[in-house]
Design a protein around this ligand. Structure first.
Ligand SMILES: Nc1ncnc2c1ncn2[C@@H]1O[C@H](COP(=O)(O)OP(=O)(O)O)[C@@H](O)[C@H]1O
Ligand SMILES: [Mg+2]
Length: 237
């Protein structure tokens, strides 16, 4: 099954703050199923870019179309975004998911069981969130996002600072979701993770798009000097 929000067509996107351009004339089309990874040094504009795709930041000009339709509230509801620091209710794991269920008539108890199983938290269902490790909290945030069955999932450095077991668990859930036809767009600084997950790479630097390449090409023969320098650990702010 293919994500019905594809392709994403981004055309001449500009975003400025106090006259300083933060996203500069970005045009790119993301067509493919699978996992798109956004890379680039700190301050490149990666977070702003996906915030624009999810409607959390407003570009000054340019167009963003999902399968030919400009971003609107219906499309936003079909997307989910996960941050590095999840915002969770100060209750149990189960109660965090039950809260989401209470907002949506189409989510069943069995769906909660399924996502808990997927992220490996079933045994911690009754545990208060404040007693979870960072990795467990992030897996709960992922379970919550999956419960909404988003057609498109954005992750902004969602695996930063997690232990390898949690990272592995999150990656396998993302690969499964991708195989089911959910479109995943993730920001990471972890080159090994990008190599494990990415089908294609969008590389940003100083608010500009330097390249959009298939992952194998990006890692072996990047098209831009900037990307090569970044991969060599030479960049750059
Ligand atoms: N609301 C804002 N107002 C002014 N500058 C901002 C704002 N948000 C982000 N920036 C700046 O825009 C640049 C890109 O930010 P960001 O997208 O967070 O970078 P990245 O996620 O690639 O590290 C940074 O220099 C940041 O300081
Ligand atoms: Mg960021």
């Amino acid at each position: 099954m293919r994500c019905a929000l594809l392709p994403i067509q981004i055309d001449r996107l500009w975003l400025k703050a106090r006259h300083k351009p933060l996203l500069r004339d970005i045009s790119v089309t993301i067509k493919g199923d699978g996992i798109t990874v956004i890379m680039g040094p700190n301050g490149a504009g990666k977070s702003l870019f996906i915030r624009c795709l999810h409607g959390l930041s407003q570009p000054d000009s340019g167009a963003i179309n999902f399968a030919g339709t400009p971003l609107n509230s219906d499309i936003r509801q079909r997307q989910a975004l996960m941050f590095q620091k999840p915002i969770l209710l100060k209750r149990t794991v189960q109660q965090n998911l039950a809260f989401v269920q209470s907002l949506r008539a189409d989510i069943l108890m069995a769906d909660i069981e399924r996502v808990l199983e997927q992220v490996g938290l079933r045994h911690l269902a009754k545990q208060p969130v404040k007693q979870l490790s960072g990795g467990e909290q992030q897996r709960l945030a992922l379970a919550r996002a999956l419960l909404l069955r988003p057609e498109m999932l954005f992750l902004d450095e969602a695996c930063a600072n997690l232990d390898p077991a949690s990272v592995g668990q999150i990656e396998s859930v993302l690969l499964e979701a991708s195989n089911r036809g959910q479109k995943i767009i993730l920001i990471t600084h972890d080159i090994a993770q990008a190599k494990r997950l990415a089908d294609d790479i969008v590389f940003l630097h100083h608010g500009q798009l330097w390249e959009h390449s298939p992952a194998d090409r990006f890692f072996t023969r990047p098209a831009s000097e900037q990307a090569q320098a970044y991969l060599d650990g030479q960049i750059l702010i």
